[in-house]
Design a binder for this molecule. Structure first.
Ligand code: ZN
Length: 176
């Protein structure tokens, strides 16, 4: 595998993780990629100052329902819809309206389908006018997933860092 160039948002999340964790969590669990388990989605959320960073890593089996090359118009349309969604960053997250968060950057490279397993990985930045109002975050992206068994949510906030597992249709994590 060639070394992948890390996009800027991933670097920011890594930096946030490092700064909050005191330099101990960068290489292990908090920012782990590459685990590909059908039914499981990884969500990294970091908050520092006004900046809310989100990273979603999901098997195509969950976002699309398949990981092979699309073979007909219906499957090609499904790929386009999911690609467009991840590229736009729309409806990935729900937050309290009072927090005044708006999407400022979205990074997404469509996966290569048909080469075995494939992951959808999107990185997003939000600017929040009132981050103190972020009492909770809902990972709305999970509602569009198929065959989801659980989502591991890694949270890095000024209050500390922790991991939460969402199951059974749950999408909300509390921040305090
Ligand atoms: Zn797979």
């Amino acid at each position: 595998m060639p070394r992948r160039t890390r996009p800027a948002i991933e670097q920011l999340i890594a930096l946030l993780v490092l700064s909050v964790a005191g330099g101990t969590a960068g290489a292990d669990g908090m920012h782990a990629h590459g685990k590909h388990v059908h039914g499981e989605v990884t969500v990294n959320i970091a908050l520092e100052g006004r900046t809310l960073a989100l990273e979603i890593d999901a098997p195509a089996a969950q976002t699309l329902g398949f990981e092979k090359s699309p073979r007909d118009d219906r499957e090609r349309a499904a790929v386009k819809a999911v690609d467009d969604w991840f590229r736009s960053g729309r409806n990935m997250l729900g937050v309290p309206p009072a927090a005044g968060c708006r999407l400022t950057k979205a990074e997404f490279t469509p996966p290569k389908l048909g080469g075995g397993h494939a992951d959808y990985r999107g990185s997003y930045l939000f600017d929040c006018a009132a981050p103190e109002a972020l009492a909770w975050i809902e990972v709305w992206a999970l509602r569009r997933m198929q065959g989801l068994e659980k989502a591991e949510v890694n949270l890095v906030t000024p209050a500390g860092q922790r991991q939460e597992t969402l199951r059974g249709g749950a999408v909300r994590v509390t921040l305090r």
